[in-house]
Design a protein around this ligand. Structure first.
Ligand code: PEP
Ligand code: MG
Length: 592
């Protein structure tokens, strides 16, 4: 809701999804496509138009090489290679000849001719049912926009890769793959019009420690490139032209938060144990092998969720067995003997491969996702399973399947895993025979048949992000219904309790790796419900650990008992928050 303040500054509010305060210049990402009008030229002009086109091709090449160089420095050679295909488009003789022919024969401007020629090719390629060719169509369209912008003297439609200085990015939407490519030195914070707390864009923002506000309605029209903005990722505010007083107040908030962080360093090596002696495993969620450094720094016990799909996105090919093996090894070996839970591919939903032509789905979160996709794309799955098995000899590795909704899926996945074991044995390749297999409990059906599933696995990890969206029928990405996304809904708490009870009855442990595990108000409640492992984003590990060390299991159990007998999500939340606030009051000062 936009609002004006007395001192002239303007304050907007969205959903706070990633903590931190940033003051910088706003850059609004403009994805409006350039569509040049048809203008004729004189019969004597074609040579001049051809020269203009050539000059723009050269200039665009220079721009792309500069972007590629920046990306190479920030993210590495592989990510930068994405632009190789763009450079090839600029040299494509057929495309250039076609545009030149239009100029000469139809007597049209260079921009119209190039637009026509590039659209003709892109259209033809995108009609062929071939993933590689449709990716080339997208490349042609992207490059054509840059050439057209240069020809028409406009700024090219600004994408994340065009940023030239540190800023706060403002966009209608950013996909998880956009966010995964962000360079935190350039993107100091970001604001989007859509999205909510448990979208993967939000999760990645927390993982990269980039302050972010999502679901800020009309952000694109309210904010302008070049404006000075202050982004408050604690409370969801964006202040345009902040006053001295506002800057002073935020300076104090930042100082308080920094001193809290520093004070938590003393518990780095301590266990996550309640005051009355109940030990909880507190582990970390990661998205990339490089995140292992953050796990070591934050004082977590291993990794409770490695979202391996981020190895697969933002690239023009699939990672092979060796590349995956190296990534899984690095994490497992660096953290040994602490456990590392590698979740098999959870593609689909809002995490899509850029180069595989998957038809758009009406309801992607209910569609071809995670284990469902893997059980059909068996080669893709086998490659991953082989890489994980091979990495298992380097430490304490466990395998976890996502989105299991019934026993058959689990058994089908295990059949493929057994095939991979058999192959590796035949090849004489080492792997740990006793690798533990667990599943995510993130569909209501899995929670309800947890007793059947518990007989077949060694652990459960509750994926509350999905469990909540599926059980409450609330899209986790949709800011319009974010207020209905209630982790303390009694229906959710009962599903969690049923899962824990079924696990305990069969002698297996239940953890939770959804965002609820890092929500301070929810932590005592989860402990009271009997969850024995919490896996959270590394930046939250010290606070969650301190909170656990500040409460008693007996009060957590009382809270859970109250919650299981309550009808009101709000009442449960209020009680849960009160307990957490009483335990660690400073964590809540100045934050929503
Ligand atoms: C979850 O659903 O809670 C979970 C951890 O998986 P993801 O957020 O990757 O869907
Ligand atoms: Mg999930």
């Amino acid at each position: 809701m936009p609002s004006k303040r007395k001192n002239g500054e303007k304050m907007l509010r969205g959903i706070p999804v990633s903590q931190g305060v940033i003051r910088s210049r706003a850059v609004v990402l403009d994805r409006t496509r350039i569509d040049p009008a048809k203008w004729g030229i004189l019969e004597s002009d074609p040579a001049g138009e051809e020269d203009r086109l050539q000059a723009s091709l050269v200039e665009t090449r220079r721009q792309i090489l500069a972007v590629q160089e920046r990306l190479r420095e920030a993210m590495g050679v592989k990510e930068a290679q994405i632009f190789d295909a763009h450079l090839l488009v600029l040299e494509d003789p057929m495309l250039i000849e076609e545009a030149t022919r239009f100029i000469r024969e139809d007597l049209v401007t260079a921009e119209f001719a190039f637009h026509e020629a590039s659209e003709k090719y892109a259209e033809a390629l995108s009609k062929v049912d071939d993933a590689y060719l449709s990716e080339r169509a997208a490349d042609i369209r992207d490059v054509a926009q840059r050439v057209l912008a240069d020809l028409m003297g406009q700024a090219p439609c600004t994408g994340l890769t065009d940023l030239t200085e540190p800023c706060v990015v403002v966009a209608h939407d950013l996909t998880p793959s956009d966010t995964a490519m962000m360079d935190p030195a350039m993107v100091l914070g970001f604001v989007t019009e859509v999205g909510s707390r448990t979208s993967h864009t939000a999760i990645l923002a927390r993982s990269l420690r980039i302050p972010a506000v999502l679901g800020l309605d009309k952000a694109i029209s309210e904010l302008h490139t070049g404006e000075s903005v202050l982004l408050d990722g604690f409370n969801g505010f964006v202040v345009i032209d902040p006053s001295e007083q506002t800057l002073f107040e935020y300076g104090q908030l930042v100082d308080r938060q920094t001193s809290i962080e520093e004070s938590l360093e003393v518990i780095h090596d301590d266990a996550a144990e309640t005051r009355d002696g109940h030990r909880i495993i507190l582990s970390a969620n990661i998205e990339r092998a490089a995140d292992v450094e953050g796990v070591l720094q934050c004082g977590a016990t291993g990794v409770g969720l490695f979202r391996t799909e981020f190895l697969f996105i933002n690239r023009s090919d699939l990672p092979g067995e060796e590349e995956q093996f190296a990534a899984y090894c690095k994490v497992t070996e660096s953290l040994a003997p602490d456990p590392v839970i590698i979740r098999t591919l959870d593609l689909g939903g809002d995490k899509l491969l850029s180069h595989v032509n998957v038809a758009a789905e009406m309801n992607p979160f209910l569609g071809w996702r995670a284990i469902r996709l893997c059980l059909q794309e068996k080669d893709l799955f086998r490659t991953q399973l082989r890489a994980i098995l091979r990495a298992s000899v380097f430490g304490n590795l466990k395998i976890m399947y996502p989105m299991i909704s019934g026993v058959e899926e689990l058994e089908a996945a295990n059949v493929l895993l057994d095939e991979c074991r058999e192959q590796l044995r035949d090849e004489g390749v080492a792997f740990a025979e006793d690798v533990e297999i667990g599943i995510m409990i993130e569909t209501p059906s899995a929670a309800m048949i947890a007793d059947s599933l518990a007989k077949r696995v060694k652990f459960f990890s509750i994926g509350s992000n999905d469990l909540i969206q599926y059980a409450l029928a609330v899209d986790r990405l949709n800011e319009k219904i974010a207020h209905l996304y209630e982790p303390t809904h009694p229906g959710i708490l009962r599903l969690i309790k049923a899962t824990v009870d079924a696990g305990q009855a069969h002698g297996i442990w239940t953890g939770i790796c959804g965002e609820m595990a890092g929500d301070l108000a929810a932590v005592p409640l989860l402990l009271g419900l009997g969850v024995s492992e919490l896996s959270v984003t590394p930046s939250m590990v010290p606070r969650v650990k301190m909170l656990i060390r500040s409460i008693e299991m007996s009060e957590a159990r009382k809270l859970a008992e109250f919650a299981l007998n309550s009808d009101s999500p709000k009442e449960i939340l209020a009680r849960a928050e009160a307990l957490a606030k009483a335990a660690v009051p400073s964590f809540f000062e100045g934050t929503a």
